[in-house]
Design a protein around this ligand. Sequence first.
Ligand code: BGP
Length: 479
Amino acid sequence: MTPAPISRPLVGDPFPEGFLFGGATAANQIEGAYDVGGKGPSVQDVLPDGDQTPPTEGPTSDNLKLDAIDHYHRYREDIALFAEMGFTLYRFSIAWSRIFPRGDEEEPNEEGLAFYDRVLDELERHGIEPMITISHYETPLHLARTYGGWGSRRLIDLFERYCRALFTRYGHRVRYWLTFNEINAVLEQPFMAGAIETPLEELDQQTLHQAVHHQLVASARATRLAHEIAPNAQVGCMLLAMPIYPLTPDPADVLAAQQAEQTNYAFGDVHCRGYYPEYLLKRLRRDGIELAITEQDRIDLRHTVDFVSFSYYISVCETADPERRVRGEGNFLGGVPNPSLSSSEWGWQIDPVGLRVVLNAYWDRWQKPLFIVENGLGAVDGVVQTDCGPMVLDDARIEFLHDHLSQARDAIADGVDLRGFAAWGCIDLVSASTAQMSKRYGFIHVDREDDGGGTMRRLRKKSFHWYREVIASHGAVIG
Ligand code: BGP
C-alpha cells in the first residue's frame, strides 16, 4: 500500500505538513540486557570490536553491547526525552534473538514480545509513530553457527516465522516496517549483515551473492506477509545510500562510478521493480556466478515495497585508474576519498549536498516515497560545567544536521517525495563499526565510556534544544 501523498513546498519553505521528524536506534546498540528475558545471543554479542576484529567464541566482558546504554530497563525515560524533543517518528529495531532466542524455535518467546509491547505502549502514550527495523545486524548467533547464516536458504523460512510473530502481535499498531537494515552492506560485512562467519577475503562470491538472494527473497516474503496480516502496514527496504562520484571528468572514471553505483542500485531495483536488473544478471554471469533462483523465488520477489528508506552519512569517488583507487575511511561500503570534502574525526567525509543528490536519484529511479532513517555525526563530545550545570556543546553536530536537513528540504522542493527524517543515534549508543561509546551521535548524552565505566545518566546536549526548535517550527528554523 503506497502512503498517501503530501504536498511539496518551494525551495526555502518549511517542510510539508505531515512530514515526520524523529530519531533512530538499533536494539543491539542500545538495549543491553543481552541475556535477560530469555534473549539468546546474536552475532553482535560476539563482536566486541565491531568490524575491527573477528568474532569471539562467546560473549566477552569487553563487549559494550552486552549492557549498551541499558535502554531495556530505561526505555520509559528515553522515550520521554524523545517526546520532549517533539519526535513524531521513532525508528528502532527488534532483537530477533529476544523473540526467537536461537532463531529456529517453533514458538516465539513471550517475554521478548512483551518487552516491545511496553515500548510501543510508551510511544503511543507520547503520540510518536513507530518504525520498526525487523533485522538490524543482529541475527541470532545460533543461525550463524549452525546454518552458516544467510548463506543457507533455510533462513528464509525462519525469518518469515519471525516476521509472522511480529506482524501478528504488533501489526495492528505499527504502520512502518523495514526489513533488513542496509541490506547492501552484506557485500562488505558478511558476518554483521549476513551472519556468515567466513571472513570476506576467504568467502567465495558465489556464496555471498546467494546469501544476498536469500535476503532479497526473505524481504519480499516479509512484505507480502505484512500486507496479508496487517493491511495498514507499509513495508520499506533499507539501503546504505552513498553517492559515488567520478574522481575526475575522465569518461573512464564516469563509467567506473556508474558501474559502482549499479552494485548498490541493484538492491533497490529488486525491491522496487520485483525482479533482477539485467545489468546485475549479466555481471554475475560474467563473473561465473550462477544464482540458484527457483520459480517460487521469482514469484515472491514480485511483492515490491511500499517505500524506500536509507541511511546517509558519506559520499565517495570512483576511478578507473588503479593507481588512484585508494580506499578511504567510511561506513561499511567505503570508496575513494573526495579531495574537495572535509572529514569527521573518524574520517567519514561530510557532504550535505550528496543527500540532495541521493534523494533526487532515488525518487527519479523508483518513484516510491522516501524516508531518511539514518543521518548524523559521530563525534567525541565533552561534558563541560556551565552556570546552568553540566552541558555538552555539540555545535559541530548541530551544523552537520542543519546542513543535511537543509538539503533534504531543498530536495523536497525539487519534487522529491520525502516523508520523514530520523536522526541516527538520537541518544548516544555503542557504534556499529568500532563498538565504541566515544563515537557519539546523540541529542542525549549517556554517561558511559569506552572502558565500560559511567553511571548511564542521561543529559540533554545543546543539540537537544536545537532539534526541539527544528521540530516545533516544523523545520522553519532551517536556513
Ligand atoms: C549504519 C548502521 C548503524 C549505525 C551507523 C553509524 O551503517 O546502520 O547501525 O551504527 O551506521 O555507524 P557507526 O556506529 O559505525 O558510527
